[in-house]
Design a protein around this ligand. Structure first.
Ligand code: GDP
Length: 332
């Protein structure tokens, strides 16, 4: 046991020195579902947490094909030139359901990946979005403790994953295309409401005029939403991720946001709020996992499900029986 503790300490020390191999190993432990790995991961995260937090966490979303990886590569390379250390994480709930993940499969960010000051990690797998979110949050802390000061968290425009990424970031950026037709349709309303900035990508070549028009349209649309608690008025920017135009302006905007939100205190307030939510979610997930993975509960649950299909019990009675059984098991 002592030896194991020593190797973890070494891993943590290396991680704190900014060693990317150590960071990668630590994240692998965080992502593992094995109890022994989880225990190690917990001590690593605990060791890292005091040194974490000193970054800006940026959520980036958009439908497949909008240019997320191209954008992240372009922004990432720009930031590295500015002397930043950039970590890219992903939240992709589809990767756990089907093997064809939307974010993970293609060769992505080929140039960024070669940079010494970039760290890129595909989406963890998980049996639920909750699992993926926990792993991503812990990975954020590990990246920060390793000295990464800009954390880009990518997600794809499907379902709940945006809400999850929104709840773990300081700034939420929505990538859009001009003339894609869904600008003013209700479907993306929730996401547009969460956005601190809409960036219209592929504003190059023949697209430029349409992009400028879309910008005006989005600006008008954003004015219809209630003011944000941060005091920030969401911006609409144009860029071409492919030709790296508009990227410095986007970083300038992100710096303006940080300045405003730090001065008025919202930045810290929001992080505290997110931490509280995280605490509750962690307990939630832990309790559920303990319950459903308990061998005796697994067996009893299967039996009760069978009883229900035979009409021998009610859902209510079966649930009570299982919860009572779980309480009794805790007492032993
Ligand atoms: P993702 O699915 O959102 O990650 O999108 P990708 O970054 O893989 O980009 C999808 C396609 O759009 C690729 O063929 C890119 O080369 C192309 N693309 C991305 N950004 C731009 C851009 O700014 N301008 C143009 N013309 N094409 C782009």
């Amino acid at each position: 046991f002592r030896k194991k503790g020593a190797s973890e300490k070494k891993l943590l020390d290396n991680l704190l020195e900014g060693n990317k191999t150590a960071l990668g190993r630590a994240i692998t432990l965080v992502e593992s579902n094995q109890p022994l790995h989880q225990e190690k991961a917990r001590s690593l995260v605990e060791g890292a947490v005091a040194l974490a937090g000193k970054s800006i966490r940026i959520g980036i979303t958009g439908v497949p094909g909008v240019g997320k990886s191209t954008f992240i590569e372009s922004l990432g390379k720009f930031l590295i030139k500015e002397g930043k250390k950039v970590a890219v994480l992903a939240v992709d709930p589809t990767s756990s359901l089907s093997h064809g993940s939307i974010l993970g499969d293609k060769t992505r960010m080929e140039e960024l990946v070669k940079e010494e000051n970039a760290f890129i990690r595909p989406s963890p797998s998980g049996d639920s979005l909750g699992g993926v979110s926990r792993k991503t949050r812990e990975s954020i802390l590990l990246c920060e403790a390793a000295g990464f000061d800009v954390i880009l968290i990518e997600t794809v425009g499907v379902g709940q994953s945006e809400t999850s990424v929104h709840s773990m970031t300081d700034f939420f950026l929505l990538l859009k295309l001009a003339g894609a037709g869904d600008e003013l349709q209700g479907i993306k309303r929730g996401i547009i409401e969460m956005a601190d900035a809409i960036v219209i990508n592929k504003a190059d070549g023949e697209n430029q005029k349409a992009a400028r028009e879309a910008r005006l349209e989005f600006k008008r649309a954003l004015q219809l939403y209630p003011a944000k608690e941060s005091g920030w008025q969401p911006k609409v920017n144009l860029c071409s991720a492919l030709y790296s135009t508009g990227i410095p302006e986007i970083w300038k905007m992100l710096e303006e946001y940080q300045k405003l939100a730090k001065e008025n205190g919202y930045f810290y307030k929001n992080r505290h709020q997110q931490n509280k939510q995280w605490l509750l979610q962690t307990i939630d997930e832990h309790l559920k996992r303990n319950f459903y993975q308990h061998p005796e509960i697994k067996e009893a649950l299967a039996a009760q499900l069978e009883e229900i299909s035979r009409n021998n019990t009610t859902a209510f009675a079966a649930a009570n029986l299982l919860l009572q059984k779980y309480r009794d098991l805790q007492k032993i």
